[in-house]
Structure formats: C-alpha cells, structure tokens
Design a binder for this molecule. Structure first.
Ligand code: SF4
Length: 328
C-alpha cells in the first residue's frame, strides 16, 4: 500500500484515522510521522523503545497459540492521548532514541533465537509505525513466525485492508462506548467499530480488551452497550478481556477498579451471551471453559497458562470446537 498521498501542496498520511494533512517539515499528531522531502517519513522506523519476550497471554491473547512466547516490541509515540494510559512513558514520549537500530531482519533473528512463535507490535500504537511493523512481518512470515498487533483500533481503512494476510491476530482496546469520550482520548468511536467489524470478517484472529476506569466508562449501561456490540456485530466467540485500572499518568487520583465493578462487567458479558469473558490482570475468572459442556479446557493464573487439555482445537470431553488459533 501507499503510506501517504498528495493533496495540493500537502501530503496526507494514510496510516491512521486522523489522516493528517502535512506541509513540508510538519509532523503529525502522533509526533513520529513527518513530511520530509516530498514523502512522509516514519521517524521511528527501526528505533525500538521496548523489547521483551512475553507470554502471548500478556498481550492479552488467550485463544492464540496458548503457552507460546512472543517477541514484543514498541517504539515511541501514539495517535491517542488517553489520560489513564498505563504505558504513557513511551506512548506520550516524542524524543526518539536513535542509538539502537534494529532492522526487520535483526528482529526476526531475535525471535528465532528465542524460540518465539510470534512477534507482537505492542506497548505503543503500532499503526503509527506500520511501515516498520509490516517489513518485520513480511520477514517473519518467510520463517513461519506469526504477527500480532495490540492496538487501539484506530487504523486507517487503508492500513486495516493491508493488514489482511500480514497480521495473524489482533487485540483491540475498545476503550468505551461513548463518542464524546473517545474524542477526548483523541479518536473516533465509529472508526474503531468499523475496523473491529472488518477484522472480525477478514481472517485476523480478534480479541477485545476494555480497561475499566472508575467514573470514566464503568456504568452498567455503557458496558452493556459495549458487550452487546461485541455479541451482535463481532460474534459471541470473540473473547472479551476486562482489565483493572491502577492509578497512572494523569489519573493518579482515581481509585483502582473495584472487584465488584469487574464482576459486574463479567456478568454483563455473560448475560449478553459472550462465550469467553475474562478478567485477566487480577488473577481470577480467566480460565477457558468449553461453551458446550462447561469443562475447563485451559487453566490460567494471571498471564500464565498452567494447563491445557484441548485436542485439535476442540474440547476432549464433548468435541466442541474452541475458536482460535492452536498448534496442539
Ligand atoms: S500516523 Fe496518524 S497521527 Fe500520525 S501522522 Fe499519520 S495520520 Fe497523523
């Protein structure tokens, strides 16, 4: 795909839903894509700010190669400005450390040497460094390594389309179900919902996360709308991860999400008919049960998978299919 197009004397960046119109020398809202010499340059290409080997469950992806390791990387910058960001140290950083360059081949080699089954583009929003992520992904595919996106879902239509066949799985942070609040965070709810529907229909394994932030998105009404959207538009088999907030960034005065609120969200997910609802980051209600016979198929503790008894992507007791991507 083309990452930018001309618009009179400006260039339009096609990487995310902001479609920034940039004059020569101007940088977009994300702070890392710049109009330089008749093209838009991705300034963070190759400059990794965080690099770790994580369990895939930490993304979180629970139905995608359970128990495997994922080489996880991010750069700096973001196209959102969430006041509760739990990764703000890199997402809101504009200074690019150019002392450590990793070529796409370097990244794939690291993944291979560390027996990672996937590479995750995560920590900050990957769509703002899609040219880099895609180059890595194409190298990874050559050696059978899969590619995972952890995203706010605000990709441009063009990037979403281009991701098909490149990205194997995605966890999208659906932050709330309120257009006005999305605007405050720096995005648009409609664009995110449209992308979610697109991913669900286009062979990219999809899981959703919602960080429940006290007083911001935690009413029964809003969570019911959000969960109903997942069920009706994406399907009952799309996993929904309910995540607990801890005071961070500009929201130091908010309390942690209470267990009561987390359980309310969990019950809403079940009531609207979602088959896989998880409360991952506090250590309970995160086993996978068969939707037919209710036997426990995958047992987890926090982000670790302790035991899995699935056979050929199905329940060994009643043979019901377990949706997702598995290699056992
Ligand atoms: S990635 Fe998004 S925010 Fe950044 S320049 Fe492109 S359109 Fe603008």
């Amino acid at each position: 795909m083309d990452y930018f197009k001309a618009n009179k004397e400006k260039l339009v960046c096609l990487l995310c839903g902001h479609y920034c119109n940039l004059k020569e020398g101007q940088t977009g809202l994300c702070g890392v894509n710049k109009n330089v010499g008749e093209q838009i340059e991705c300034l963070v290409y190759g400059y990794v700010s965080a690099l770790n080997i994580d369990p895939i469950e930490k993304k979180p992806l629970y139905h995608f190669l359970p128990r495997s390791k994922s080489l996880s990387l991010g750069t700096v910058g973001c196209n959102f400005k969430c006041s509760f960001c739990q990764n703000w140290g890199i997402s809101q950083e504009k200074k690019i450390d150019t002392s450590n360059y990793f070529s796409p081949k370097d990244i794939v080699e690291l993944a291979l040497n560390n027996h990672c089954k996937s590479i995750s583009y995560t920590y900050n929003e990957p769509t703002i460094f899609y040219p880099y992520a895609k180059d890595i992904a194409m190298e990874a595919k050559k050696v059978g390594i899969k590619n995972v996106y952890v995203s706010n879902g605000f990709e441009s239509k063009e990037v979403a389309l281009d991701m098909v066949g490149v990205i194997d799985a995605i966890n999208v942070d659906l932050k709330c179900f309120d257009e006005k609040y999305y605007k405050k965070l720096g995005g648009k709810l409609d664009r995110v919902l449209e992308n979610l529907i697109f991913f669900a229909k286009n062979d990219i394994w999809l899981e959703i996360t919602t960080l429940i932030v006290p007083t911001k998105n935690d009413t029964k009404e809003e969570l019911t709308k959000l969960a109903t959207f997942i069920k009706q538009e994406l399907g009952a088999n799309v996993p929904w991860h309910i995540s607990a907030f801890h005071p961070d960034y500009k929201e130091q005065n908010l309390p942690r999400t209470s267990v009561k609120t987390l359980k309310m969200a969990y019950e809403i997910g079940e009531e609207v008919g979602l088959n896989y609802v998880y409360i991952g980051n506090v250590g309970f209600d995160n086993h996978t049960k068969c939707k037919q016979c209710a036997e426990t198929l995958i047992e987890r503790q926090y982000f670790n998978t302790l035991r899995s008894c699935i056979k050929k992507a199905a329940c060994p007791y009643c043979q019901e299919v377990l949706e997702g991507v598995y290699d056992d």
